[in-house]
Design a protein. Structure first.
Length: 629
């Protein structure tokens, strides 16, 4: 047995699935000689009883000795699976006899004597009607007075084979050295639509609560807050990250901690815990949950600086080291020292912070810069949280090296930010999506944010509304989870300076007066409705890129269990582009089929082969076509 999947780093980390999924297991299974094999996948949740599902060989001429089986998962938690495989003596004998008959051999007396013993052994293992059927067959096969053809008919009967498979001889069975693990989370860990906002720009918790129904109507199911804790005054940043704050500057929400408290407290200007609980309740009424941003850092005024000075980095001259990401400097933030002498106390303190907010109704967390903290810490913390709250979702905000991003996903993060924001050409998108689909899909769940408070890509700066439309369609249809930061729907595109990805007058450092009235919201709503209606858009796998004969048109099919969605996007925000989208025959579609554009409701007739498309910026930037059955 070789190459079992899903198996992450030889079983060091669990694969991922969601409640309601069917986990597909594959392995190369083979044995000496030409014997017939049998295999099953065994599964269980925790320490419950093992259940078995049959495995079947995938077309041997195409995939060699690859076998496949699956098992359903119906609850959150840690599941185990294993594979058992063995040689089937009776099936091997039947196969050999068929070959000899096909080859014209007429005397099979010796073979029938062997077969009689194998059928009799199966009868002894069987129960009930199967035992009776096999016992009668064994008598007929062993009857040397009967005609050979009658004995062969009894030995090769289909119902005999089916009965024998139900009572297999597993002598010499092989299995995985250790069961493999699968972490099963709720569906929202895989499929979710995120809307990010700064609560202080919406009138605090009460102001946000008023727009929750509208956010729900737009099709978002996760409302993501930037940090909502008290903000320090020492080294507080001013407008556009100025080193000195003006009298009315509120400071960066990431400079966490003041005399009003630290990560366990709420910024007084946002409201009380009573207000927060009312907001949580309103969100729940509308099928939305709050995702809370946890930034594991402190302002100079955070209570921990006095209570636990040993948790921070100290230079040899005694000064504290503030956070830096050259050329960026964060004079209003101190990082904690995860390798301090009291590291255990620090780790436990962070765990209690997460548990505190879970107690306040928060079941999703976006973690700021997790790659600057030990991976071992995250593996421990997420496991501890999931012991009591397996439905909590963690989103990793790590824009860093691939190996670290993958390591954090393996350590337990439910979702991960990606390089999507920087992939804007056709070849970049296709290459990156194939990496996500074929290399990491068993454990790395992408969340395609089209923008963030820190990332305003040059493509959006210079492409105008057509660029925003293109990126919205790509984010929402390529990835099961995606998000936008408020301002995207207004096509905000002015950087602080040329060559920078920072916004001019960034909301990180000043108050805005936000409202849900941007011109892109009808498109957002249409895409979110389509995402909920089509299982093909709720999964990463099932993606096929299609030829367009034009590098400015990217086209793809999303397929899942008969549901097919076709998309084609003009990634040139300045010019009209034309092409032929080639629909391959192996998508299972009829020669001619109807489609409906989910963005504006237009209907078209498409066909296998080439389909002419013309996309004009300012008029139509993309088609997202549901196939009508």
């Amino acid at each position: 047995m070789q190459r079992p999947t899903p198996l992450i780093d030889c079983g060091r980390f669990p694969a991922k699935a969601c409640v309601g999924d069917s986990v597909t297991v594959r392995a190369e299974i083979f044995a000496d000689g030409h014997e017939e094999l049998r295999a099953v996948v065994k599964s269980r949740r925790g320490t419950t009883r093992w259940k078995e599902s049959p495995m079947r060989r995938i077309d041997a001429h195409v995939d060699g000795d690859t076998w496949e089986g699956s098992f359903p998962v119906d609850a959150c938690g840690t599941w185990q699976y294993s594979i058992e495989a063995w040689i089937d003596p009776l099936a091997s004998w039947r196969h050999e006899v068929h070959r000899k008959l096909d080859g014209g051999q007429t005397d099979l007396t010796g073979e029938l004597s062997e077969g009689a013993l194998l059928v009799a052994a199966a009868a002894e293992r069987a129960k009930g009607k199967d035992a009776q059927l096999l016992g009668n067959a064994a008598t007929r096969v062993a009857d040397t007075a009967a005609d050979q053809s009658e004995r062969l008919d009894a030995a090769l009967a289909p119902d005999l084979a089916a009965a024998a498979e139900r009572c297999p001889d597993r002598t010499g069975v092989g299995s995985l050295p250790e069961p493999a693990l699968v972490t099963v989370e709720r569906e929202r860990a895989r499929f979710s639509s995120w809307y990010e906002l700064f609560p202080r720009s919406w009138g605090g918790f009460e102001g946000v609560r008023k727009v929750v129904p509208q956010i729900a109507e737009l099709g978002f199911d996760v409302l993501y807050f930037t940090p909502i804790h008290p903000i320090g005054s020492t080294n507080r940043k001013g407008k556009n990250n100025a080193l000195t704050a003006g009298p009315g500057d509120p400071g960066s929400v990431y400079g966490i901690g003041s005399t009003d408290g630290g990560h366990e407290a709420l910024a007084p200007e946002l409201g009380t815990f009573e207000d927060f609980h009312a907001l949580v309740a309103t969100c729940q009424e509308h099928g939305i949950e709050i995702a809370m941003d946890i930034a594991l850092q402190c302002s100079p005024d955070h209570p921990w600086l006095k209570e636990h000075p040993e948790w921070f980095f100290h230079r040899p001259d005694g000064t504290l080291k503030y956070a830096e990401n050259p050329p960026k400097k964060y004079q209003d933030i101190y990082n904690v020292n995860f390798q301090s002498e009291d590291w255990r106390g620090l780790w436990d303190a962070w765990l209690e912070i997460f548990r505190l907010w879970i107690g306040h109704g928060v079941k999703a967390f976006r973690v700021d810069n997790p790659h600057t903290k030990p991976v071992a810490f995250w593996e421990w913390l997420i496991a501890e949280v999931h012991k009591t709250d397996p439905d909590v979702i963690f989103l990793s905000e790590a824009f860093t090296r691939r190996a670290m991003m993958r390591a954090l996903a393996k350590a337990g993060f439910s979702q991960s930010y990606t390089y999507f924001t920087w992939k804007n050409s056709k070849w970049e998108l296709e290459e990156y999506l194939m990496e996500l689909v074929h290399e990491t899909a068993d454990y790395f769940r992408p969340n395609f944010f089209a923008n963030t408070p820190d990332i305003l890509h040059a493509y959006l700066q210079h492409g105008g509304r057509p660029a925003f439309e293109a990126r919205l369609v790509l984010a929402s249809t390529l990835s099961p989870s995606y998000g936008i930061y408020s301002g995207f729907e207004h096509c905000e595109n002015v950087p602080v300076r040329e060559g920078s990805e920072e916004y001019l007058n960034s909301e990180k450092y000043e108050l805005k007066q936000r409202s849900l009235d941007g011109p892109l919201l009808p498109m957002v709503n249409a895409l979110n409705v389509a995402r909920r209606a089509h299982p093909a858009l709720q999964r990463l796998t099932g993606l096929r890129f299609l030829d367009t004969r034009n590098d400015s048109l990217i086209a793809y099919a999303k397929v899942h269990e008969g549901d097919v969605v076709l998309a084609v996007v003009n990634i040139d925000p300045q010019n009209t582009q034309e092409g032929l989208v080639t629909v391959p025959a192996d998508l299972g579609l009829p020669p001619v089929f109807g489609v409906r554009d989910v963005i504006d409701g237009s209907g078209y007739d498409w066909r296998l082969g080439g389909n002419y498309v013309r996309l004009e910026p300012g008029h139509r930037q993309a088609h997202v076509l549901e196939v009508l059955r």
